[in-house]
Design a protein around this ligand. Structure first.
Ligand code: NAG
Ligand code: NAG
Length: 179
């Protein structure tokens, strides 16, 4: 009995700290299986971070998304002056700029999301990730479901698609973090 309880003490001593400072590792394969749009993109992106814990992976997706959304904002700022008298195009790009920009758009949501992640508030982080989806949709979709989306021939849909796929990975990671 004495032997048993001293073993228990050793056991607890070892286990309790690793629970309170839990570092969760989930393999890229498992994360990417839960991504619906582009699992192969997910595997390629996470490959370089093999063995990293979930918080590190979440931070990595934030860093990638920030670069992607910065490219988007710079692209839109180039496209707006090229719209000339095309009022519809101008409205569309201006709306996308506010969806992705730093003035209440995705760029600012990423900053807030990163703060939640760093504070260990993974629920708050997940809420911000949902906000990023909404911001993506508010650019690419029209207000009314019966209106066709703007026929954008620029690189913006491609860039926005990459951003969407990165946010989808971020979303799965946020779900694992709150599990
Ligand atoms: C998105 O960011 C990644 C990582 O920095 C970069 O390799 C990729 O070219 C970017 N794609 C776009 C469309 O911005
Ligand atoms: C966090 C998350 O989305 N987990 C799911 C990943 O996919 C497996 C298998 O389909 C589910 O069981 C998990 O709940």
């Amino acid at each position: 009995m004495l032997r048993f309880s001293s073993l228990m003490v050793v056991f607890l001593f070892c286990v309790v700290p690793s629970i309170s400072y839990a570092v969760k590792v989930v393999e890229a394969d498992a994360i990417c299986k839960n991504v619906t749009t582009n699992p192969s993109f997910c595997l390629t992106l996470l490959k370089s971070k093999h063995g990293a814990d979930l918080v590190t992976l979440a931070q990595y997706t934030i860093d990638v998304a920030r670069i992607n959304v910065t490219n988007i904002v710079n692209l839109i700022k180039k496209l707006i002056p090229q719209t000339g008298n095309d009022r519809e195009a101008k409205n569309y790009y201006e709306n996308c700029l506010s969806s992705f920009g730093s003035n209440g758009g995705a760029l600012s949501t990423l900053v807030r999301g990163e703060q939640y992640l760093k504070n260990g508030d993974y629920v708050g982080f997940g809420v911000k990730v949902s906000g990023l989806f909404a911001e993506y949709l508010s650019c690419v979709e029209t207000d009314s479901p019966t209106d066709p989306p703007y026929p954008d021939k620029s690189l913006l849909p491609k860039y926005a698609g990459v951003f969407h796929d990165v946010v989808e990975i971020m979303n799965v990671i946020s779900l694992y973090l709150t599990e």
